[in-house]
Design a protein around this ligand. Structure first.
Ligand SMILES: Cc1cc2nc3c(=O)[nH]c(=O)nc-3n(C[C@H](O)[C@H](O)[C@H](O)COP(=O)(O)OP(=O)(O)OC[C@H]3O[C@@H](n4cnc5c(N)ncnc54)[C@H](O)[C@@H]3O)c2cc1C
Length: 511
């Protein structure tokens, strides 16, 4: 405690010293960066909603809480925490006036560096815009972007309703603008398919309301899965659905000896399951240690550090017969039971903390061609080979197979379509994850390059969308979407000076 007080008084002293020095030698506009100039102006306009000092608790919270550590290392000139649509408009106009860089942050889970963080510019963090509303009897609900999915599941549960959102409740609303694969997606489509109205601040600071029937329907379609490059969403109106008090859900955990059996069954499920209430994710996980320790422990523990966590969620009272074949495979643990959907969304509570510097990469493969089984086996083998050669560079590696049901694509189309404009399902997405605690691991950049090579040994099917939420920034994400021409047209119309592409991170139009 005393140590903490000493540190605090030292920090306060340092801040006072810094401010007195800057009072003696005030930075002129000529010496201030564009971000600092925008921040000075924004402080005058928005007062305490702007935090520029590194020891301001608001600044600390906004700039340290990210799922991936590398984003937390980028420190903005200031954080704007808007509470009203007009604050976002003011911020955007001032950012443009000073030609500052920016980032937009909701839950902070994007793993691509700079996609929701910025070094030296203006960070707009939605943490204080958490309103939500619902009128009983209605089929739509409203929420602001500062809500995480567990906030929304809790809120709508009191009305016996559910929105379509993240499978892990700690993830933020930005999941929906990247598409949003949910446990409920085979039944209702992606999270973005539920948008009926978006209130959007455009890159020029103007506010528009986009619906599928008005003049901004092209903007609505682009933000349905196309990401952050078209405007800043300040209010979401989405379809919500009646929800039973309990669903059936949990995890089956298998040892490495069951890899073939489980993934054969995942492929069968992808192709043969016709019950849209059943959802599965099969994650193959490998735990590692920093290099020196790993050299000793890896050969001994190898078999024990690889396991499968299979998520089974059924939007009904029990999972039979959809999951019968999975439970016949010998497993180490079965946590499945009837429980509220809110509990299902927090059964693996990894959505609230960072496990280090995280890098994602996405793959998309057919599930029902004569070569599908061989492709999946090859992808698993390549992943395991990578895990062997790269051990010592990661604390967690993961290979997550996520079926895209035929009904999911049909539900997307029935709701007006989205940016992916996908071909018919079924098929599956793989999310590859490499995570390492900063400072403990060496050789990470080399390992990430090798992971890219390993993933590309089983090339994506070029007709399938590369899922934005799971993808690496270097992948041709938007280019893989069949609505790409519409996305380019929307980009040219709503961001004619290409401001977001040149001043903010996000999916690229030039990959
Ligand atoms: C633990 C974990 C679980 C996950 N589970 C799922 C899952 O079940 N399904 C799935 O599809 N994905 C999942 N993902 C991927 C996740 O969807 C993406 O990481 C997503 O970007 C996270 O959104 P966020 O709001 O938390 O993050 P942020 O990093 O804050 O935002 C994500 C992106 O959206 C932009 N953005 C956010 N809000 C707005 C806005 N209002 N207007 C314009 N742009 C905005 C940001 O600039 C950023 O580029 C998961 C990720 C993690 C780490």
């Amino acid at each position: 405690m005393q140590l903490f007080q000493l540190q605090l008084s030292a920090l306060v002293g340092l801040a006072l010293w810094t401010s007195s020095v800057s009072a003696l030698f005030p930075a002129t506009n000529a010496t201030k960066s564009a971000g600092q100039q925008a921040c000075s102006q924004l402080s005058k306009q928005l007062g305490s909603k702007v935090a520029s000092v590194a020891i301001d608790p608001s600044y600390i919270v906004s700039t340290t809480y990210y799922y991936s550590e590398q984003q937390a290392e980028n420190k903005p000139s200031c954080v704007v925490a808007p509470t009203a649509y007009s604050d976002v408009q003011s911020a955007m106009k001032t950012i443009r006036q000073y030609n500052s860089t920016l980032a937009i942050k909701a839950g902070g889970h994007q793993t691509n560096n700079y996609w929701s963080s910025v070094a030296g510019g203006v960070l707009i963090d939605f943490k204080n815009m958490k309103s939500k509303s619902f009128t009983p009897g209605s089929t739509t609900g409203y929420f602001q972007p500062g809500n995480r999915w567990d906030d929304l599941y809790q809120y709508y549960a009191q009305f016996g309703m559910v929105p379509v959102g993240g499978r892990i409740g700690g993830v933020g609303s930005g999941l929906a603008i990247g598409g949003g694969l949910s446990f409920l997606s085979a039944e209702y489509g992606l999270a973005c398919d539920q948008f009926t109205q978006l209130d959007v601040v455009l890159p020029d600071g103007s506010l528009v309301t986009a619906t599928k029937d008005n003049q901004y329907s092209d903007l609505l379609l682009a933000i349905k899965g196309g990401g952050n490059q078209f405007g800043i969403v300040v209010g979401y109106t989405v379809q919500v659905y009646p929800q039973d008090p309990e669903v059936y859900g949990g995890l089956l955990i298998y040892g490495a000896d069951q890899i073939d059996a489980v993934y054969d069954q995942v492929l069968n499920f992808t192709n043969q399951n016709t019950d849209p209430k059943a959802a599965v994710i099969a994650t193959l996980d490998v735990i590692g240690l920093p290099s020196a320790l790993d050299l000793v422990t890896y050969p001994v523990l190898k078999g024990l550090t690889t396991f499968i966590i299979l998520f089974n969620v059924y939007n009904g009272p029990d999972g039979q017969p959809a999951f019968t074949q999975f439970e016949k495979i010998p497993h180490l643990l079965d946590t499945r039971k009837k429980q509220p959907y809110t509990a299902v969304a927090s059964m693996v509570d990894i959505g609230h903390f960072s496990s280090g510097s995280v890098s994602y990469r996405a793959a998309s493969h057919n599930s029902n061609t004569p070569t599908s089984a061989a492709t999946l086996k090859a992808a698993i083998q390549n992943f395991q080979d990578f895990a062997n050669t790269a051990h010592g560079t990661y604390d967690i590696l993961s290979f997550d197979v996520q079926p895209v049901a035929a009904s999911l694509v049909q539900q997307s189309r029935a709701r007006g379509g989205n940016a992916q404009d996908s071909v018919d399902g079924p098929y599956y997405w793989i999310n590859y994850l490499h995570s390492s605690l900063p400072g403990l691991y060496t050789g990470v950049p080399q390992a990430l390059a090798e992971l890219k090579t390993a993933v590309e040994k089983t090339p994506n099917n070029a007709t399938l969308p590369i899922f934005l939420n799971d993808a690496n920034a270097d992948q041709p994400i938007l280019q893989s979407y069949h609505a790409y021409d519409k996305l380019k047209a929307a980009k040219a119309k709503y961001d004619p000076q290409n401001y977001f592409s040149t001043h903010m991170g996000g999916p690229s139009f030039t990959n």
